[in-house]
Write a protein that binds this ligand. Structure first.
Ligand SMILES: C[S@@+](CC[C@H](N)C(=O)[O-])C[C@H]1O[C@@H](n2cnc3c(N)ncnc32)[C@H](O)[C@@H]1O
Length: 288
């Protein structure tokens, strides 16, 4: 049997099970230790029965709902190949849009920029930002030790220097220019209807109370205290609760609030600015 024949069998099995057939290419490349981008050049090579059995077994595990990225042990995020591991959220494509929003917010100023990525998980956001803006000073927090450990491995792998802290929210940092976060934002009740892949994620990375906003609401307070006047907050949220958090942000006094869409036209990113202090009232100054 050739690699091409095996690939077609794997694709067919995945598609009949409702999974993307494209994943077969990554599974075959992984089993044969080939770069997925150059797999095509070797498709007419013969495969041994051991390789065919291993690939079929991996597809079986994938069909049971186990995430492809955990099977491969890695994923790509913003052009960086990142290690992934059970218990730490697998970075999602929509979070690349959050990185793009964050980069837009601090355009044209580079030196001395201080950024905190809250709930860094694998380090995806913090590392993508550092990769794009090497002069920024970037902190990344997470409450989970296994997340900090994985983010550290990914940082070392790419030679990117970020400050990792096992701490909640912004770790009380001050004078920050940008707080960025993909917080846990799913409502608790979503657990009953979630796709099987989510069963392999840490629930604390996904769910945040009745409306999914317990942690993001507190993050509004913590970010307010950490940001400089004029500093920015950029969050990823669910289209189902983003407008509730926008309302809370407006009530708290955040300015320049904007909602941005993701690539599927869903309301996904909330951006807001901590206001500058009011200009002193000239009349009061004159009296003093
Ligand atoms: C949705 S995941 C995001 C992971 C990563 N930033 C990404 O986008 O792939 C949320 C992360 O927030 C962490 N987390 C939950 N509550 C937190 C808190 N109060 N402070 C800091 N991190 C928190 C979780 O452990 C988890 O790693």
């Amino acid at each position: 049997m050739t690699r091409l024949e095996l690939l077609r069998e794997l694709q067919g099995r995945l598609e009949r099970a409702g999974k993307p057939g494209l994943e077969a290419r990554f599974i075959l490349a992984h089993i044969t230790h080939t770069d997925p981008n150059t797999l095509a050049a070797s498709l007419f090579q013969a495969v041994s029965s051991d390789v065919a059995e291993a690939a079929q077994a991996m597809v079986g595990v994938r069909i049971s709902g186990y995430p492809l990225q955990l099977l491969l042990g890695e994923t790509e995020f913003f052009g960086l190949r990142l290690k992934v591991r059970g218990g730490v959220l697998i970075p999602r494509p929509e979070t690349e849009g959050l990185v793009e929003r964050a980069l837009e917010l601090i355009r044209g100023q580079d030196d001395g920029i201080r950024v905190v990525d809250v709930g860094t998980g694998s380090g995806a956001i913090a590392l993508a930002l550092k990769h794009m803006r090497p002069s920024w000073q970037i902190w990344a927090t997470d409450i989970k030790a296994q997340a900090i450990a994985l983010a550290q491995e990914n940082a070392l792998e790419h030679g990117l220097e970020i400050q990792l802290m096992q701490a909640p929210y912004t770790a009380n940092l001050r004078d920050v220019d940008l707080v960025v976060s993909n917080p846990p934002y799913l409502p608790d009740e979503y657990r009953d209807e979630a796709p099987p892949e989510l069963a392999y994620e840490d629930p604390d990375a996904l769910y945040s109370g009745y409306d999914g906003l317990d942690m993001p609401r507190e993050l509004l307070n913590q970010a307010w205290h950490s940001l400089k006047p004029g500093g920015w907050l950029a969050l990823e949220l669910s289209p189902f609760n983003i407008y509730d958090l926008l309302e809370a942000a407006l009530a708290q006094g955040w300015k320049q609030t904007q909602i941005h869409f993701d690539l599927t036209q869903q309301s996904r990113y909330l951006v807001a600015q901590k206001p500058w202090p009011e200009e002193p009232d000239e009349a009061v100054l004159a009296e003093e």
